[in-house]
Design a protein around this ligand. Structure first.
Ligand code: 5GP
Length: 191
């Protein structure tokens, strides 16, 4: 049966082999660039599957750590750190690992926060770049896939807590999800 057959607005963006190949390419780029190893800093929670696959696909030493942020909502003020890394980043090559860069506000905020910690280098590795709604211009050093202005679910990306554990990346219709957040559950997980 075709992916998401019968579910309006649900389309496959990247299947499992496509994700693996993309992650491997990014891992090779990072391994080549950072022979001495890296600290991978991932933003909870969406980037967890990507981080796990990326770290294992790299051929260099890595330390993994996490930050959790308050979610950005227009008018609610700036983003804040809810949980910080515990790794000492002094003189380390630090790579910010993100699942998707959309407005760029998360990346810009973290670049400025982590950049104050006497790191040796700081770069961004994102699985998906969606430039259409960029507000904060950020330099993305390693990009897996650039996409048009479509909402993405799966492989870590959720919609109100759903769909995060899909092994693939899919694009979804936000109008359909606004009416019913469970709209794609049956098509993706069975009845
Ligand atoms: P930013 O707008 O700061 O670049 O991204 C903020 C966060 O919004 C991302 O880390 C991600 O968690 C979430 N986000 C952005 N675009 C999407 C999307 O298409 N789907 C989902 N599920 N989350 C997204």
């Amino acid at each position: 049966m075709a992916f998401g057959f019968g579910a309006p607005g649900l389309e496959l963006l990247l299947d499992e082999p496509g994700i693996s190949a993309t992650v491997q390419r990014l891992a090779d780029e990072l391994s080549e660039r950072h022979e001495d190893g890296v600290v991978l800093v991932a933003v909870l929670r969406g980037s967890v599957p990507f981080l796990a696959d990326l770290a294992r696909a790299m051929s260099i030493r890595s330390v993994v750590d996490f930050v959790a942020l308050t979610s950005y909502t227009p008018g609610a003020g700036r983003v804040r750190i809810l949980m910080d890394v515990t790794t000492d980043l002094t003189d380390r090559d630090v790579v910010l690992v993100e699942e998707i860069v959309d407005t760029g506000l998360t990346s810009a905020f973290l670049l400025s926060e982590l950049g104050r910690r006497d790191v040796r280098s700081l770069s961004i590795c994102t699985l998906i770049n969606r430039p259409a709604r960029r507000v904060a211009p950020v330099k993305l050093d390693h990009v897996g896939l650039e996409i048009p202005d479509r909402y993405v679910i799966g492989y870590g990306l959720d919609h109100q807590g759903r769909y995060r554990n899909l092994r693939v990346l899919a694009t979804a219709d936000t109008d359909v999800l606004a009416k019913d957040p469970d709209a794609y559950v049956e098509a993706l997980y069975g009845a």
